[in-house]
Design a protein around this ligand. Structure first.
Ligand code: 3PG
Length: 306
């Protein structure tokens, strides 16, 4: 089968080699489309692809329509909001993710961002320590649990909210369960977001919620920019000069936020949560193995459009 590795933000060389080795050993052919500039490049490249491995690359209805031989798309990573699942399902294309494979990298970045803001973006201004503070984790999945464990090791108290988990599951994951967003935000010096971008979560982190946070609190976003109500965030930062926002996914109003709020806001220039050699290898090789397995045995364990 012809497998297209379409990564606008390429994997580390070791991961690309590992992906190629696994697929070629199983008799598949690998074609690479890396660092492409326009979506039209992806649309063109999928013409004869039977499988595609992607990261945050956008597999839209147009991409699927341009790929008549396509059977499977594997998002090497967790969030699959970049894939048009409806169009894929209609076309009979299996979509998978590789849950957990890049979680540690994202969790480490969330912790790093928290400390970066506590220490005023590594400027000489007097900062604060995270020890003894409370971290609220919104969604206690693979990344959220790791962030919680690392925060505990730093001497933080950890609270978590996850509508899909029981209290016992949250406690087993090392956090104190919280049952409402209001309670979570009101009790968190740091709030780390780990929710997916879904119709129900897009724009849900709004003024009311953000301003519930206690004095001096920081909102940490290594999830998706779409979950933030950007106008609400701007107003919250305006009305509450003690609040801070740090994100791995730059908001559309970043220039305004930086101009108005200076060191209280930071955004990475490009999404980098999963951008470690280890995460690239873990997620990339898992994607390759899932494709080999799917074609060999029909295994759909990680299918997200069942
Ligand atoms: C994910 O959903 O797995 C992360 O957001 C990583 O995205 P990336 O592969 O584009 O770095």
């Amino acid at each position: 089968m012809k497998v297209l590795l379409a990564t606008q933000k390429p994997f580390a060389a070791a991961a690309v080699k590992g992906i190629t080795d696994i697929l070629e050993a199983a008799g598949h052919q690998v074609v690479k489309l890396e660092k492409y500039e326009a979506q039209a490049d992806l649309v063109k490249a999928v013409a004869d692809a039977e499988a595609i491995i992607i990261r945050s690359d956008k597999v839209t209805a147009e991409v699927i329509a341009a790929a008549p031989k396509l059977k499977i798309v594997v998002r090497a990573g967790a969030g699959y909001d970049n894939v048009d699942l409806e169009a894929a399902t209609k076309a009979g294309v299996v979509v998978m993710n590789t849950p957990g494979q890049n979680s540690n990298a994202v969790a480490e970045l969330a912790i790093a961002m928290m400390i970066f803001m506590a220490r005023t973006q590594f400027t000489p201004a007097t900062g604060s320590e995270v020890q003894g503070k409370t971290l609220g984790v919104q969604a206690f999945g693979n990344v959220g649990r790791l962030v919680g464990a690392k925060a505990k090791a730093l001497g933080m108290k950890v609270k978590a909210l996850d509508p899909f988990l029981t209290d016992d599951q949250i406690i087993a994951g090392g956090a104190e369960p919280v049952h409402s967003l209001d309670e979570l935000y009101a009790g968190s010096d740091y709030l780390s977001l780990h929710i997916p971008a879904l119709p129900s979560t897009i724009g849900s982190i709004n003024y009311e919620l953000i301003t519930k946070m206690p004095k001096g609190a920081t909102l940490v976003n290594t999830a998706r920019k779409e979950v933030i109500d950007e106008a609400g965030l701007e107003k919250a930062l305006e009305d509450r000069p003690d609040l801070k926002y740090v994100t791995d996914v730059a908001p559309d109003n970043l220039a305004t936020l930086q101009e108005k709020f200076g060191l209280r806001v930071f955004a990475t220039p490009k999404k980098m949560g999963a951008q470690t050699a280890e995460a690239n290898v873990n997620a990339g090789l898992a994607a390759a193995r899932q494709i080999v397995d799917y074609f060999a045995t029909g295994n759909t364990k990680f299918q997200v459009n069942k």
